[in-house]
Design a protein around this ligand. Sequence first.
Ligand code: PLP
Length: 359
Amino acid sequence: MSRVYNFSAGPAALPEEVLQRAADEMLEYGDSGQSVMEMSHRSKEYQAIIDSAESLLREIMSIPDNYKVLFLQGGASSQFAMIPLNLMTTGKADFIVTGQWANKAYQEASRYGDCKIVASSKDKTFSYIPEIDNSEFRPDASYVHICQNNTIYGTRFSDIPETGNVPLIADMSSCILSEPVDVSKYAVIYAGAQKNMGPAGLTVVIIREDLIGNARETTPTMFNYQIHADNGSMYNTPPTYGIYILKLVLEWVKSKGGLSAMKEYNEKKAAVLYDYLDSSSLFSATVQGRDRSLMNVPFVTGNEELDAKFVSEAKKAGFINIKGHRSVGGMRASIYNAMSMEGVEKLVAFMKKFEAENA
Ligand SMILES: *Cc1c(COP(=O)(O)O)cnc(C)c1O
């Protein structure tokens, strides 16, 4: 077996220890005589797994008691509709558009009410986080939506906007579990699991309890937060195996020292890559300063042919999925929790070699 260094933006690399543990437990979970995949979601064995996933997430993220944790399906993209259907009670919502995902959230919500773009960084291909004029927020907006880490463009909010009494909602698909966050500052945090939590098919929603129960009349049952909250995420069959892998990932995060340790490690990893990019005469980062993401690092040579050559040689050398998103071009190294320092250092060594050969 020879595993590659996978820099995919998502579905992304998982910790090898997690995969090994899942392999060990594949045919029989505990002494249940069955795989987790084959278990009834109503069995006591499975209830223990989902309970443990939730309590570990609560512990690791310090989620206050007045928040519900929901394990849903449909990806972060379904949340783009589910949020307005449940929470846009005043018929208005405000958006900061810092990339394609933030824009999709804005567009989908616009189907349900009056949505305003308070700030955008579209003018420079979303390569920065815009200044926000707080007076632009509407006091009667039901919420303000941000995408905390912009997977495609490699930017992130290092400070979150001050929205006053208006609830703040964050898409954390590509940064959840990468560093501590103060959950109490948010009304809703949501994330597709396939970046930093587990396999595709599971979506985690962390929502303040008092916001649940206001879905508009025509909301599909499966899109109503109340239904899922009242049924412990088991109104229908939840993504059982994905939740189990999340539990293993959370055990792994905890064993490494939790989110402050993740942050420290992620900052070190990102610094190795950004420091090299800043010193290289061939490669350069597309994002500057404090807006730089710790998770997704886009870079270019400035020459499309050379970019393509790099991507192809990197792949041959075992560094895969390093091509940038088609809307940005160039390269992007996604370095989520599961990417080791060794992987980043080897990538940088490979880039140095490529730089020397293509000077
Ligand atoms: C990947 C991603 C999405 C889309 O997630 P799906 O689970 O595919 O719907 C949305 N937002 C962000 C920030 C992402 O990184």
